[in-house]
Design a protein around this ligand. Structure first.
Ligand code: FMN
Length: 439
């Protein structure tokens, strides 16, 4: 019995140690930035800080708040569930808007342990004073490690930045609504018999000018789903031939829909270009046979397949260019080749993968990546296109970051065999004021 009790005690001790360790590791750190709303007086700010201080102390939350008169940047540390709950409250708070999470991570210990809601007023302090004030508030251990601490570096980047260029903010999505625009003629085109695939059209748009700049022709199975299972079931040699030859049907469809004066995009696996002899010439023949012009066509190279021979691929790209066919890198940021592919050859368009676009108005890391992609594109004369845009908030942020071309359900869903109905954003409020005649 004694032995059992001993074993139990040992087990309880171990478990307690593990539990304490787990509790310690569940410490979460969050940094967000936001835009203050008009009407927050200095007195109201003081009240907000006093209340925040009391609540944080009761919940084991510590941190620091930077304010430059326009933006708040707040670092918060505490137990993960409590921090998540506080973030939800902060998001709903009408005293500010555009809450963007810059960093959310776990760590073994706190950086700030003193005043649970200390504010550093960037309006009245020099960068040196800001820096020493933040260093003074750091825990000793954090202070020693701060030069290698990612959390600290993010905080200091915002603490020492001057001006507003470091933060891109989209317009308030509430200033816009979507209006339906049914295409002048909707052609219902039945799929050609004998094929086990068909094509759907989805436009790429410039919403501010209300212009469809091109249509992407998306391959679909007969059931309307992704063509991937269909292509995967075919042996590699024939798969690439089918991929290439299927484009004839897309070009025929474009012809029947009367899309003679607009750009058309088709997807090709990189190996359909490199492994099929005379691939580019075959593509040009298909385009011309359908009464279209090669300069109308853009080939979107998917990154689904690693490019096995960059040399062969570069050769195919040169032949496409000589024929006047445009080139886009599809799903940029989600695939295998990424930046090295871009360094090797520069496409006309860079289509930013939807995984980077989703909720971009709330995500600091996605914003940083997309801003860099836009900057790289502009420097190389490439047009960036945002894929998978579904929300007005995403569009507002992307527009402010310099993206002008968009594709996604927000504007149009793909439609099989026809030009889909469009939705365009229409301004209803100009900086919170209804434009004349809006009601
Ligand atoms: C910039 C800013 C920073 C804030 N910081 C805190 C904070 O550190 N702790 C806190 O409890 N509330 C803070 N608040 C207030 C919260 O948004 C919210 O009003 C408060 O947590 C009460 O939320 P509840 O009404 O959902 O309980 C802050 C508000 C703003 C605008």
């Amino acid at each position: 019995m004694d032995i059992r009790l001993n074993v139990f005690n040992m087990w309880a001790k171990e478990w307690n140690a593990f539990y304490c360790y787990r509790r310690a590791t569940l410490l979460s750190t969050l940094i967000y930035c936001s835009h203050v709303n008009d009407g927050l007086s200095p007195e109201a700010l003081d009240v907000m800080l006093t209340e925040g201080r009391e609540r944080n102390a009761a919940r084991g939350i510590t941190g620091i708040l930077l304010f430059d008169g326009i933006h708040f940047v707040q670092l918060l540390e505490g137990p993960a569930p409590r921090l998540d709950a506080l973030l939800e409250s902060i998001r709903r708070d009408p005293r500010h808007r555009n809450v963007v999470v810059l960093l959310q991570d776990n760590g073994p210990c706190r950086r700030f342990d003193g005043d649970p809601c200390a504010m550093v007023d960037l309006r009245v302090l020099s960068p040196e004073q800001v820096s020493s004030m933040i260093h003074d508030r750091l825990e000793e251990r954090a202070s020693q490690a701060c030069s290698d601490d990612r959390v600290f570096k993010v905080l200091m980047w915002y603490a020492l930045a001057r001006g507003t260029d470091h933060i891109v903010e989209g317009e308030d999505a509430l200033c816009w609504r979507l209006v339906a625009d049914v295409p002048a003629v909707i052609h219902e085109v039945t799929a050609e018999s004998g094929q086990n695939y068909k094509f759907a059209l989805q436009p790429i748009v410039d919403p501010i000018r209300r212009v469809v700049t091109s249509f992407e022709f998306l391959m679909r199975s007969q059931a309307g789903g992704s063509p991937e299972p269909l292509l995967a079931a075919i042996p590699p040699g024939r798969r690439h031939l089918l991929d290439l030859e299927s484009k004839t049907q897309a070009f025929h469809l474009a012809r029947r829909l009367g899309l003679n004066n607009i750009h058309l995009s088709v997807n090709l696996l990189p190996m359909s270009l490199t492994d099929i002899p005379g691939s580019v010439e075959r593509l040009v023949d298909q385009i011309v046979a359908c009464g279209l012009s090669p300069s109308q066509v853009m080939v979107e190279v998917t990154e689904q397949e690693a490019i096995s021979s960059l040399k062969a691929f570069s050769g195919a790209i040169k032949r496409l260019r000589r024929a006047g066919i445009g080139i886009a890198i599809d799903d940029f940021g989600a695939g295998f080749a990424g930046l090295s592919l871009l360094a090797e050859f520069q496409p006309d368009k860079l289509k930013i993968d939807r995984s980077l676009i989703r909720d971009i108005h709330r995500s600091g890391p996605r914003q940083a990546i997309v801003r860099a992609i836009v900057q790289v594109s502009v420097a190389m004369g490439i047009t960036p296109v945002a894929e998978g845009v579904e929300r007005l908030e995403e569009w507002c942020w992307l527009q402010a970051a310099g993206v002008q071309r968009f594709q996604g359900y927000l504007f149009a869903r793909p439609a099989v065999g026809q030009v889909p109905a469009m939705r365009w954003p229409e301004r209803i409020l100009s900086h919170g004021v209804l434009p004349e005649g809006a009601l």
